[in-house]
Design a protein around this ligand. Structure first.
Ligand code: CP
Length: 334
């Protein structure tokens, strides 16, 4: 692991990811309840969470450490992140003071800061998260930024291992409906993970929802290194034929990024992209359904799939705890 940071799965080779997952397995088989005794993890959530918040706290506790959670503006001062603004609005404190102060109270910090969803280039460059990371001189974990969710990607890799999905399997990252545009972090991270694991990766999405070229290019480079492949299509029939994994995910239109009305008009006619049992008609036998959660039932994925045998969404969510314990152990064990 690069010095004390877990920000992007792309910072790791496939072998380094496998080493981290081996540590996760070891900690499952041989718990170390005192490994991080006396260590403190600070968690800053600028956006809501269920899994990430609970699993980071639980993981830290299971390793003997403690954590505190800050949700700016909810019991603490609201934090301003824009540079050069006159702070006469709701935010009483700037991240330039707030984040270094919080970092000074703990041994490692985790930050969740979603995309602003206005400027595609800025979000793809992860400029907001990078600006925050530059303020912190402690070990740092990306708890989901504008374009990345490495903890989710690591848990998804482990889930594929647990399910004994071979590296050469066909992995379809399928766009699914949602009432509004969602960020690109999870699709970008899942795509990279699958490419790095060596899969035949197909990004299946309607016209107007193509993943940004920079995201595709990074995944293609990972696929070249692993012997996998990456392609993108709007053709559901060819994409789903022979699929071993369908990873359902919602994201916003990249053709109309930041334009809520145009995005809504485009997605209005796409309700039949919902994953149903019929989605798997031409898939490989035993094809799995993955989703990072939270998922809107019967909008993104039908009950019949989520409640059926092909769904591994609960295992993915549990694996968040398992793999993050390995990340914390690697970052914080003296
Ligand atoms: N998958 C995931 O990150 O879930 P939360 O948003 O609930 O943390």
């Amino acid at each position: 692991m690069s010095p004390a940071r877990f920000l992007d799965l792309a910072d790791f080779s496939g072998d380094e990811v496998r080493e981290l997952l081996a540590l996760a397995d070891r900690l499952q088989r041989h718990p170390e309840p005192q490994a991080l005794a006396g260590r403190i993890l600070g968690l800053v959530f600028l956006n809501p969470s269920l899994r990430t918040l609970a699993s980071m706290q639980a993981g830290m506790a299971r390793l003997g450490g403690t954590s505190f959670v800050i949700t700016p503006g909810q019991g603490t001062w609201a934090l301003e992140s824009r540079l050069g603004v006159r702070m006469d609005g709701a935010a009483a404190e700037h991240i330039r003071e707030g984040l270094p102060v919080l970092a000074s109270y703990c041994d490692a910090l985790g930050i969740r800061a979603f995309a602003e969803g206005k400027d595609l280039a800025a979000d793809v460059a992860d400029s907001g998260f990078r600006a925050m990371a530059a303020l912190i001189d402690k070990p740092l974990v990306n708890l989901e930024s504008a374009i990345n969710h490495p903890c989710q990607a690591l848990a998804d890799w482990k889930t594929l291992d647990d399910e004994r999905v071979p590296a050469r399997a066909k992995f379809v990252l399928s766009w699914v409906p949602h009432p509004r545009a969602l960020p690109l972090a999870v699709p970008a991270a899942a795509l990279h993970m699958a490419a790095l694991r060596g899969h035949e990766v197909v990004v299946l999405r309607p016209e107007g929802f193509a993943l940004p070229p920079a995201v595709m290019a990074r995944a293609e480079a990972a696929a070249r290194a692993s012997g996998g492949s990456v392609r993108e299509t709007a053709d559901r029939q060819s994409a789903l034929a022979g699929a071993h994994v369908v990873y359902a995910k919602e994201w916003g239109s990249t053709a109309h990024y930041g334009d809520a009305a145009a995005d809504a008009a485009l997605r209005a006619g796409l309700g039949d992209w919902q994953v149903r049992e019929s989605t798997f008609a031409s898939a490989a036998p035993g094809c799995r359904l993955m989703h990072c959660l939270p998922v809107r039932r019967n909008v993104a994925v039908a009950d019949e799939v989520l409640d059926g045998p092909r769904s591994v969404v609960l295992r993915e969510a549990h694996n968040r705890l398992v793999v993050q314990m390995a990340v914390l152990h690697r970052l914080l064990k003296p």
